[in-house]
Design a protein around this ligand. Sequence first.
Ligand code: GUN
Ligand code: FE
Length: 467
Amino acid sequence: MTHDTSPPAEIFHGRILDTPDDPFANGVLRAEECALAVVDGTITFRGSLAEAQRLHPAAPVTIVDGLLLPGLVDTHVHYPQQRIIGGLGMPLLEWLDRCALPEEARMADASHAATVAGEFVDGLIGAGTTTALVFGAHFATATDALFRAADRSALRMTAGLVVADRELRGDLHTTPERAASEAAGLIGAWHGKGKLRYAVTPRFALSSSPGLLDSCRQTLESAPDLFFTSHVNENLAEIAVVASLFPSSSSYSDVYDQHGLLGPRSLLAHNVHPTDAELARLADTGTSVAHCPSSNSSLGSGLFPLRRHLDAGVRVSLGSDVGAGTGFSHFKEGLQAYFHQQLQPDGLALGPAHLLYLATRAGALALGHSEVGYLGVGATFDAIEVSPPPASPLHAILRHAASAERALAAVFANGTSADISRVWMGGAVGHTRGCHDLKHHTTLEVVATSQPSAPHPRGPHLLKGEQ
Ligand code: GUN
Ligand code: FE
């Protein structure tokens, strides 16, 4: 008697939407009612249900309700900042002083950080994000807690210790030497472990000395496949401060360039106010940009020049930028990206395929994960089921949508995390709507501790130069 020793397969059948080919380069939305066979977390077949079952007669069949989309890819999000979402009414530097940095300082407390790490990873996955580039904390223990939480969850995550050694508040400062040795410890523990990778993460040029950026460069060269991320050209007052701190640099992004920090494994967030020369250099070096539209609106940073980026050949993906961003949902970010283009005289007319691409495949490619962001043969099965609750408006819209494009547009226009019923990562269910782990829910503590604070009394604060 022979035994079938091939790994078990699972079949998924339903309305599957993805953008394997870039819609900014004539790709179109692929929308098919079809089946996928998944073996060991990888899609091995895409086609008819009958053929999938002929290939895998014993495989269980999961019927997808609503729509099946690739898992969403968030290329810019801050782990310490979930609890301060909603700090409205301030421009960047004031918001950092009053909202973000006091909350970042709380991450010195290891047990607080471990709780926030669990909340953060649950929040991301609950929003359908299966791959993310994450700003860690200024504290190595807290950043380690983030990696632990991601490791438990199967999230595909690139993240790193956030480093700064000037401006900001003093309790967030490190030194170039400490930054290097703490990064080395975290890289040794986590880089390349499962789905985790390390990103060298100076907070932004404004809070970095040249020596710190040199140490970042050395760390970046210390192991294969390390990633680099930071902020750039977000706000006009910020840009002016950076120009005064780095008088020999020709632009904001030139600060990173002069320190050898641009390249195909580098991703900079925002870039709302770039010069043409900067865009040309980002394209030449293969550096990607994370567009964070809800954050840009919330902080009044400006309207992202998407057309100029694409004309220059710069790769663009989407970031939620929680907590300046207003939530984890990439449906909302996609919609805001669409709005921002509508509001500009030379804005691009984005359709649902563009939004899905920005929210999935573009981010996967920016992060070097060619195996995710689409649902074809060879891809890892990272996917989300969008199945709005019965009686919700989106449920009715999807049932009656005239086309797949209209259905997808409605998901971006009207969808939220609550419409995501199941999330798979590497073929395994990582989230099911309604099955929340309540241990992280500390509502009273949140109310008591997350109000905007006054600027920290110690150290130079950032309000000077703010417009
Ligand atoms: N620039 C430096 N730090 C931050 C941050 O936490 N959020 C945003 N949006 N911009 C930044
Ligand atoms: Fe940010």
